[in-house]
Design a binder for this molecule. Sequence first.
Ligand code: HEM
Length: 262
Amino acid sequence: MAKSPRRKQVEAMILYPVDWLEERSGLVGGIKYFLFRKVPGDTGWAHTLGSATLTAFLVQAITGVILAMYYKPSTNEAYASVQHITNDVEFGWLVRGMHRWGASVFIILLFFHMARVFLYGAYKYPRELNWIVGFILLILGMFEGFTGYLLPYDQTAYWATVVGMNITANGPFVGTILGQIMQGGPAIGPDTLSRFYSLHMLVAPGLIFALIGLHLYLVIRLGVTSPPWSKEAAGSEHAEREPEPQPRAGLVAPTTRGRPEA
Ligand code: HEM
């Protein structure tokens, strides 16, 4: 069916900025590749846990930014500012509740995702580096939980942090110095609170965002693994084999990735 002039006009209006962006950045092609790339036919619900973890992290980032607009990181005002968010600010109770409960959801999903990767053997060659990046993300995720716990500055927050700091300071080799750096003084006080706040809302989330970028880049580059029982799983008889590389000038002993040299 022929397109009406109006439709053509609308299409041109939409395509102009898209083409403009694509020609100057290649971003549109990149996003298309990301969305329409091939994944094994037998991926299932367990493969969605990584994206679920990402969603939980984004919820934390958004609700955290809103909380930071009202929170006051000083020992005199922190508790009152959190009470103000909960009782007076419009939907403050909801945003704070989402952030507080969401922290646990994020950590639980992280562990479920990690368990899926482990049980499917998806940490093996060539994905070892992505496992290492994931492990650093796990440590940073738990660090977020620890630093965030002090911020309401109530009795639970204070004493839980005392316990955490004592555990850190008793660690071998670097424990003492790490404890001193984090505490920022001889006792938990104003300097600890502002230090934890800065680590909680700037340093750790910044690192997590950057590492998630690297993690996803590696997922796209290496592809997603099939379940171990799959007929398509790497190494199984029916799996598609990479074609043998042809000798080329400059390649001394060409081999298929991962196969030991003959
Ligand atoms: C902020 C935390 C994390 C986010 C947002 C995240 C996100 C993702 C996503 C979206 C995928 C692709 C889909 C899937 O397999 O579910 C993935 C795959 C993967 N993740 Fe994570 N992940 C995180 C933490 C971790 C942790 C803690 C580990 C392990 C220590 C890990 C190891 C891996 C590995 C090895 C893969 C490749 C799996 C495959 O190819 O089948 N990730 N991740």
